[in-house]
Design a protein around this ligand. Sequence first.
Ligand code: IPM
Ligand code: MN
Length: 351
Amino acid sequence: MKLNIALLAGDGIGPEVIDQAVKVSNAIAKKYNHEITWKPALTGAAAIDAVGEPYPDETHAVCEAADAVLFGAIGHPRFDNDPSAKVRPEQGLLKMRQKLGLFANVRPTFTFPSLIEKSPLKRERIEGTDLVILRELTGGIYFGKRGREDNGDTAYDTCTYTREEVKRLAKKGFELAMTRSKKLCCVDKANVLETSRLWRETVQAMEKDYPEVTVTYEFVDAVAMRLVQWPNSYDVMITENLFGDILTDEASVISGSMGLMPSASLGTKTKLYEPIHGSYPQAAGKDIANPLATVLSAAMMFEDFNLKEEAQAIRDAVNKSLAEGIVSEDLAEGGKAYKTSEIGDWLAKNI
Ligand code: IPM
Ligand code: MN
C-alpha cells in the first residue's frame, strides 16, 4: 500500500517520540512492502515561532491531502505562564480538530501483563481492564461562546450541543460496542445539565437501532469514582468533550504510565493519531520520554488502514520490549532506563 502521512511533531517531546514512531512505521513498511511518504508540517509553539500561527494554512493543506496525520504533542510553558498571550499553541490543536472535522476521539485504556505492578491501583482491580472512551472532540464548552463582562470581573464559557453532534458520536459508540462486548455506557450529568439531558434523550432514542447493545447511563462524578474502583467493569464509554478530557487522563494512568496510551481522532476527513500525553517540556530534548504511546498510535493508524497484521506486529514488539525490560525512565523504577531513541531502535530491529 502507498501511504502519504502528514507528520506533525509539534512541541516539547513531540519530535523525539514522533521519530520513534517513524522508525517503527518504516520498519513495518519494509517488512510488509508498503511505501510511506512522510510530509512534515509545523504546528504548536514551533509554528508560532516560525510563522506566528499555531496551525498554519500550509499545515492544514498538508493534513487534508494526506491519508492520515501522525501527531506528537503541543504546548509550551512560556504560554502557560502568560494569561495575556494572544496566540497559544493549544489553539492550534483546537483549530486542527475543528478544520479536519475530528469529532470522535478514541482513547483506549488497557493493561500490559508485564506492567501490572506499576499501576497505582491494585492488581485485582485492574486485571482484564480493556475499555475505550469515545470523547466528543469538536463541540461543547471547548467551542462555545465565551467572554468577559462587568469590566472583566465576570467570565463565562458556554456548553452547547446539537442533537446531530450527539448522534454522530453516539453512532460511533454503538458501532464500536458491536465489535466488542456490546456494552455501552453514556457518561453525562443529566441530573443538572440541559446538554446532558439532550445527550441522554438522543442516545436513548438510538437504542432501538442496536438491540444487541446494552446501554447504561451514569453520571460523570460517579464514573470518576468507579473508574478507579473497578475499571474492568467498563467497556465502551461515550461522553462530551470536557468530561472526556478529564476521564481519559484519569484512565490513562491505570496501565502504569501516561506514556503508554495511544489515541485516534476520527471524523469527516483525514484521521489523526496521537499519544494522549502532552508535550512534557521538562523532558524535551533529553531523549528520556516514553515513545510507546506514539508508537502504539501508529499501530492504531495501520489498523484503520485495515493492515491488521502490521498493527499487531507493532503491538507484539511493544509487549516484547516491556517484558524484556527495555523501558524508559518512567517505568524503570531504579532499573536500567533506556533512551527514547534506543527504544525506537530496539522496536524497529525486532520488527
Ligand atoms: C488533550 C489535551 C487538549 C485538550 C489541550 C492541550 C487543549 O489536554 O488532547 O486532551 O484539552 O483537549
Ligand atoms: Mn487532555
